[in-house]
Design a protein around this ligand. Structure first.
Ligand SMILES: NC(=O)C1=CN([C@@H]2O[C@H](COP(=O)(O)OP(=O)(O)OC[C@H]3O[C@@H](n4cnc5c(N)ncnc54)[C@H](O)[C@@H]3O)[C@@H](O)[C@H]2O)C=CC1
Ligand SMILES: C[C@H](CCCC(C)(C)O)[C@H]1CC[C@H]2[C@@H]3[C@H](O)CC4=CC(=O)CC[C@]4(C)[C@H]3CC[C@]12C
Length: 369
């Protein structure tokens, strides 16, 4: 990546490259990274769509592996110039144990860092999350905040705890000497709630609405703003950050960036209706149909049932005390740090993001019938 080697082709590794975000990062790299020579896609579950990418001009190498296995990670990282580490266990519903979430998100990230150090890979971009900041357990609003906004980040749930720990590992690793003697350069991107093609929760809400005859029922006040960002823009920010890490190492190394775009500030449910409305669903109620105390009670009941039933069956509904708190607390971002540090501007306008998502929901919904 030095001036003398402008034409040098680079090897990129994307961990979690077959997930919702990972697939967009992989496709974005192939479309928009001219220096890409080889793209390694590392995931526990490889998607069949990877096959079609192998016929293009860039060498695409699919690697089935587990980030918790240090030797598998080291083998995948060896010889890579840049690692985009997006693999993670995204579970806020109690499907996986806290130990498993920690193992994948924290130990997995430690393995990626150590692999970079051992093999001499110098550039690491980590997909963190807004959840490392909040919403916190006290329900404090974070209104149009930025990376410097003071906020009492208090985590109890295993998912945000694990993302916060992993992010810290990544930032602390900035400047470590890698094999060959040069310093590691790292940064972390913190997306808000991601939406777009491939968003399973959006598809689930759509299917639920269809089952209920086209109706969804408001649970959250319209006044609660929840930050959302289009997946194509999140992918673009990863590609740009990875590209600029060497040239702007002194500025970007060890930094965090919220991942945002021009998506409107709305409540979680009203935002979803931007896509589900044009697909024929309606959100019933200008105000929540159930009082908040009843939702709190139902969320606690779900948590109790999950615990009681665990030996017999996995009961993991969308509503639990954590998801209710997240959905019911204003958390929105407004920042230009990524723009100032590495020239990030959203690639997709809100109108484009909306249209693409609607088309995907319609297709995903009809394929479920
Ligand atoms: N979905 C969202 O709204 C947000 C997600 N994020 C972060 O973005 C990243 C990607 O999330 P999504 O694409 O939404 O999730 P996802 O579940 O669709 O993708 C995660 C990918 O990681 C892979 N993976 C999981 N455990 C693995 C392991 N042990 N070894 C190798 N691969 C493994 C999965 O197979 C999957 O392909 C995660 O790190 C998540 O914490 C951050 C903010 C918001
Ligand atoms: C599932 C929640 C909505 C259901 C609320 C109910 C039951 C009242 O209808 C989702 C509301 C907010 C979501 C989270 C948020 O977007 C931030 C996230 C960031 C991540 O890094 C991972 C995903 C998530 C925690 C996301 C998960 C679903 C919600 C809790």
């Amino acid at each position: 990546m030095a001036d003398s080697a402008q034409a040098q082709k680079l090897v990129y590794l994307v961990t979690g490259g077959c997930g919702f975000l990972g697939e967009h990062v992989v496709r974005m790299l192939l479309q928009r990274e001219p220096r890409l020579g080889e793209l390694r896609v590392f995931d526990r579950h490889l998607g069949p769509w990877l096959e079609e990418l192998k016929t293009g001009p860039v060498r695409v190498t699919a690697i089935q592996g587990d980030v918790t296995e240090a030797h598998e990670v080291a083998a995948a990282v060896a010889g890579a110039h840049v690692v985009i580490h997006t693999a993670g266990l995204v579970d806020v519903f109690g499907r996986a144990s806290p130990e498993t979430i920690h193992e994948v998100n924290v130990q997995g990230t430690r393995n990626v860092i150590e692999a970079c150090v051992q093999t001499g890979t110098r550039f690491l971009v980590y997909t963190s999350s807004m959840e490392v900041v909040g919403p916190n357990t006290k329900g404090h609003p974070f209104y149009r905040g930025n990376e410097d906004t003071l906020y009492e980040a208090v985590h109890r749930h295993p998912y945000p705890c694990s993302k916060a720990l992993a992010e810290r590992l990544v930032l602390e690793a900035n400047g470590r000497e890698v094999h060959g003697g040069l310093p590691l350069v790292t940064c972390a991107l913190r997306p808000t709630g991601i939406y777009g093609e491939g968003h399973q929760i959006m598809r689930d809400f759509y299917r639920q609405g269809l089952r209920l005859g086209g109706w969804l029922f408001r649970a959250i006040p319209a006044s609660v703003e929840h930050g959302r960002v289009y997946v194509g823009n999140v992918a673009w920010m990863h590609v740009l950050a990875a590209r600029e890490l060497e040239r702007r190492a002194a500025l970007m190394g060890g930094q965090v960036y919220f991942c945002y775009d021009g998506s409107p500030y709305k409540s979680y449910e009203d935002f979803n209706m931007e896509f589900l409305g044009p697909c024929g669903l309606q959100l019933v109620g200008a105000r929540p149909l159930l009082p908040y105390w009843l939702l709190v009670f139902l969320a606690a009941l779900n948590a109790l049932l999950q615990w009681l039933l665990r030996p017999l069956v996995l009961y993991a509904p969308l509503l639990n005390p954590y998801t209710l708190a997240v959905a019911n607390t204003t958390f929105t971002v407004s920042t230009d740090k990524a723009q100032r540090h590495f020239g990030y501007e959203p690639l997709f306008s809100w109108e484009d993001s909306r249209t693409r998502t609607i088309l995907w929901v319609q297709a995903a919904g009809s394929s479920a019938q």
